[in-house]
Write a protein that binds this ligand. Structure first.
Ligand SMILES: Nc1ncnc2c1ncn2[C@@H]1O[C@H](COP(=O)(O)OP(=O)(O)OP(=O)(O)O)[C@@H](O)[C@H]1O
Length: 382
């Protein structure tokens, strides 16, 4: 390797996909996907079923070959139109749903699998070290069927990490575990990966999982990456309604632009960049709508403030307690639409209870109306 190449390696991302595309039978599965993952970083590819997440990951792994674009590890092409290194020639660790442990091999033999070619004594030392790191010291002679699901997952992690891969590629690695165990194994895995400083690209279709695990989330739709950013950023600054809808239920309030403003039952919104007469969607997540009971005659109506705009009146349709929060559905007086509100405590007002709702304006998203049509069930993610 030349000095210039070595210098490039120091600054290059651990993994880079450059304008990678792949079609199956003439149908595009991945379209010009570009993405980087740095050492010590966890990037989650998130998106609905069939959007091309797994295909992108398999291309990064070398299990699949792209039709166009390049894959680079440490700045060096491992797949482009001139050549294609197989997975074992890329220094990648794989944890895929279908990469189960070998049932006829012991735990130690499973972990040693990726260390073939090394001296037996080295291999034993590395296996013992990685079983210790994943909290399975003393499990080496057991067989996979003697372990719990979580323990098996940790063996799979040790097997993937033992060869010290530059990049770890994980496809829904926790999906086989039940919910409680999944949380535990996920946290453990994350702390081990962070300690190792591996670059991690992980596929998931669960927003919660991506929010918990990722340093950056790459949101995919129909083969493309539509948004990349820190979880906070992607959640709070979605590029469009579908991106917003991926993370929670949504409430959509419609308005029409007049004189650079949009008038709604919740007050005026400034919409300086939208053309006159344009239909606008004002989108609020359920936790970003404030709700107070209307105390009736003599009670006080919530104040109109710059932060919350104007309160609008409605009646409780139903309320449910879901553990960490209460979900209250409210039928609005002005148009009969139903808005969903959550509060982080137990509150179950009777159906028919009069309430005032106001929007946390700093948390609302404004977008031009999708296809210029009214959405009947705005919370249903399309
Ligand atoms: N080997 C293949 N042959 C034909 N079509 C394929 C193949 N692999 C993937 N596809 C198609 O490519 C598209 C993207 O699939 P991919 O598995 O990458 O999506 P995904 O986002 O990972 O979905 P899921 O979350 O359901 O696994 C889908 O329409 C899928 O049917």
């Amino acid at each position: 390797m030349s000095a210039a190449q070595a210098a490039a390696n120091d600054t290059a991302p651990r993994l880079a996909l450059e304008a990678v595309s792949r079609a199956f039978d003439g149908t595009a599965a991945v379209r010009e996907v570009s993405l980087t993952v740095e050492a010590g970083e966890v990037v989650c590819l998130l998106g609905p079923s069939g959007c091309g997440k797994s295909t992108s990951l398999r291309i990064a792994a070398g299990v699949e070959r792209q039709d166009a674009g390049r894959v680079l590890i440490d700045g060096q092409p491992v797949s482009d139109d001139r050549g294609h290194a197989p997975p074992e020639g890329r220094s990648v660790g794989l944890m895929f749903q279908d990469y189960a442990l070998f049932p006829h091999l012991t735990v130690a033999e499973n972990v040693a699998f990726g260390l073939r070619g090394r001296r037996a004594r080295d291999r034993q030392a590395v296996v013992a070290d990685y079983l210790l790191r994943v909290g399975l010291k003393g499990y080496g002679e057991k067989y996979p069927h003697q372990l719990s699901g979580g323990e098996q997952q940790r063996v799979a992690l040790a097997r993937a990490l033992a060869p010290r891969p530059r990049v770890m590629l994980m496809d829904e690695p926790f999906s086989g575990l039940d919910t409680r165990l999944r949380d535990e194994v996920r946290e453990e895995t994350l702390s081990i990966l962070k300690r190792e400083g591996t670059a991690v690209l992980m596929v998931t279709h669960e927003p919660d999982e991506a929010m918990r695990m990722a340093d950056r989330i790459a949101l995919m739709r129909e083969g493309r990456i539509v948004q990349v950013g820190a979880p906070y950023h992607v959640y709070n600054y979605p590029v469009d309604r579908k991106a917003a809808a991926f993370f929670s239920d949504l409430n959509i309030i419609h308005g029409v632009v007049r004189d650079r403003q949009t008038d709604t039952p919740f007050g005026l919104f400034l919409t300086p960049k939208m053309r006159d007469q344009a239909d606008v969607e004002i989108i609020a997540r359920p936790q970003h709508i404030k709700i107070v009971e209307d105390a009736g005659e003599g009670g006080t109506r919530p104040l109109v403030t710059p932060a919350d705009g104007m309160p609008a009146h409605g009646r409780v349709l139903r309320a449910r307690f879901t553990g960490a929060q209460s979900l209250i559905e409210v039928t609005m007086d002005h148009d009969g639409s139903v808005l969903k509100v959550t509060v982080p405590y137990a509150w179950l007002p009777e159906p028919g209870t009069p309430v005032w709702l106001s929007l946390r304006r700093d948390r609302c998203f404004l977008f031009p109306c999708v296809n210029q049509r009214v959405v009947e069930t705005p919370w249903a993610a399309e």
